[in-house]
Design a protein around this ligand. Structure first.
Ligand code: SF4
Length: 330
């Protein structure tokens, strides 16, 4: 295995690094999902992108000079890589969270506690316009919590996708969407011009799902994913599986197999404990060894089912910043 991938896994295990002030202009604040409200920077180590959370304390520390980042551990140089600029949330993409609020209460997610902003159509379009100025822009990804109801949210996001398509004025930039699925969200989003969706299953341990995602239905999400593959095609539907909430490796492997057999790309995401959720959920450490072992299984399962992450166009699969991604990292 490429030693840089091992380093990336160790950096994901640690969850982040301390940084000096030279990083300040490059720090990006996440507004979506489990990392919401936290700052991060992106480093590319020998072709492997990693998102480093900015921490007050970490075994790692990072310095920046002439666009190059050096990461230290225990006073020794650990890794060296190129700083990557986030266009909007992540490199090469305009990644926008529309509703920074959520009517659900998944126990690992700070969004319901943050009760953040609801972006107007114009605010989203302005971020897209800014992104279009970047020569590096490859994709637009729209995500959203559930402000009122999943149905209303899906309708609003479909309308925004339509507006973005108009703004692109024929430019061939793919649009992907990650929201809570509804009976017709795939059709709505496809008609509006989206080319990919991500509906997150969050955990493939059914017992755990009941505890950490109250009010959501595991079977409904699986059915929605299966249907989304009919609408968007294989390699263009993905789903996050969080690691580190007490699930076993066997359950994760079975869950990846179940999703991949339906044409869905599972994304293995380390759960990072969020201060706003302390006390709501016990997040366990996830080692680099575990991440690499599960990513190896993920690669085997994807190959078995003829799925190829390099063909995904939007969102987390091509970004790779938070995960060890088969065929790209491993
Ligand atoms: S992998 Fe996904 S969540 Fe992580 S930085 Fe990239 S786009 Fe954001």
């Amino acid at each position: 295995m490429d030693s840089s991938v091992r380093k990336k896994a160790e950096l994901i295990e640690a969850g982040g690094t301390t940084v000096d002030d030279s990083f300040l202009p490059y720090q990006s604040r996440s507004t979506a999902g489990p990392g919401a409200g936290l700052e991060s920077v992106f480093v590319n180590i020998d072709g492997h992108r990693v998102r480093l959370g900015v921490r007050q304390a970490s075994k790692f520390s990072a310095t920046l000079k002439d666009g190059m980042v050096t990461i230290y551990a225990g006073g020794e140089e650990f890794a060296h890589g190129r700083l990557e600029h986030a266009i909007s949330h992540c490199p090469e993409q305009v990644y926008v969270t529309v509703s920074e609020r959520c009517a659900f209460d998944c126990k690992f997610c700070p969004v319901p506690k943050l009760q953040g902003k609801i972006k107007s159509d114009e605010e989203v379009l302005e971020l897209v316009r800014q992104g279009l100025k970047s020569p590096d822009l490859r994709a637009i990804t729209i995500t959203s919590g559930v402000w009122t109801t999943p149905e209303e949210e899906a309708g609003r996001i479909a309308r925004i996708v339509r507006l973005i398509k108009k703004e692109l004025a024929g430019r061939d930039i793919p649009i992907g969407v990650s929201i809570y699925a509804t009976d017709n969200s795939s059709e709505l989003l496809k008609e509006a011009g989206a080319v990919e969706v991500k509906y997150n299953i969050e955990t493939v341990d059914r017992e755990l799902f009941e505890k950490v995602c109250p009010g959501l239905s595991f079977d409904y999400i699986v059915q929605a994913l299966e249907h989304a593959v009919e609408v968007f095609g294989r390699n263009h539907v993905a789903s996050n599986i969080l690691i580190g909430m007490g699930e076993s490796d066997e359950t994760v492997i079975e869950g990846m197999e179940m999703l991949a057999s339906k044409g869905v790309i599972p994304i293995l995401r380390k759960t990072n404990p969020h201060p706003l959720r302390a006390g709501d959920i016990k997040v366990e450490p996830v080692s680099a060894d575990r991440l690499l072992k599960l990513a190896g299984e993920q690669r085997r399962i994807l190959e078995k089912h003829g799925l190829d992450p390099t063909r995904a166009l939007t969102g987390c699969v091509p970004c790779t910043g938070c995960d060890i991604t088969p065929r790209i990292d491993l």
